[in-house]
Design a protein around this ligand. Structure first.
Ligand code: ZN
Length: 203
């Protein structure tokens, strides 16, 4: 049995904020971990991560990993700061952080519908757990608190918890409030999930 301490990979997005709240529901001590890798809405994400950790009076860790962008050199042309093997790298760094502070779990926002990318799949996360376990003598687990939830369940849950999150790539902070564009693909996806959570889905 691992200890009830988890490093939560926080991005400020709905899934990561929900992971944090779920673990608090289950009595975990959490340490949020936020990576700055040159993503376009870094400031807004950081604001939300700070808000989430502060809500529970817990520490969070901000780690610059902008070298990932530099390592791609000339190849880096897209606006969304694409990082190959992003989850794999981030989860191993989270495991490193967990080991350093005596936490035996890391947690990530994998949801039921996440089937498009191998680096956010149950098989991937099980493999990460196996690799890390092979390096250490104590317990280590990759927790997936949202594994049985769809995006609409997550939105509903966050509403119950009165928790803010953001997925818009061009969101801004105005007077301590987050303003989203309402037009991008992420905003549209979120709007649909919110409608579905309210039982008003247009399909
Ligand atoms: Zn948007």
């Amino acid at each position: 049995m691992s200890n009830k301490k988890a490093v939560v990979l926080l991005s400020g997005g709905a899934d990561s904020v929900a992971v944090y709240h779920k673990l608090k529901d289950e009595g975990y001590e959490c340490s949020g971990l936020f990576f700055e890798y040159g993503q376009p809405n870094q400031e807004v994400e950081r604001f939300l991560v700070e808000q989430t950790a502060q809500k529970f009076g817990e520490q969070f860790w901000v780690q610059k990993v902008d070298f990932l962008k530099q390592m791609r050199g000339e190849v880096q042309t897209d606006a969304q700061a694409f990082v190959p093997h992003r989850n794999t790298i981030f989860m191993l760094l989270a495991a490193n952080h967990a080991e350093s502070i005596g936490y035996e779990n890391i947690a990530i926002g994998y949801m039921k519908q996440d089937i498009a990318f191998f680096d956010n799949s149950i098989r991937h996360h099980e493999l990460i757990q196996t690799i890390v376990q092979s390096n250490i003598k104590h317990d280590f687990n990759v927790l997936l608190p949202l594994a049985n939830m769809m995006k609409s369940d997550v939105m509903k849950y966050l509403k119950e918890k009165n928790a803010q999150s953001v997925s818009c790539w061009t969101a801004k902070i105005v007077d301590d409030k987050i303003v989203i564009c309402g037009k991008c693909a992420n905003c549209r996806e979120r709007e649909l999930a919110e409608l579905e959570a309210e039982g008003k889905a247009p399909f």
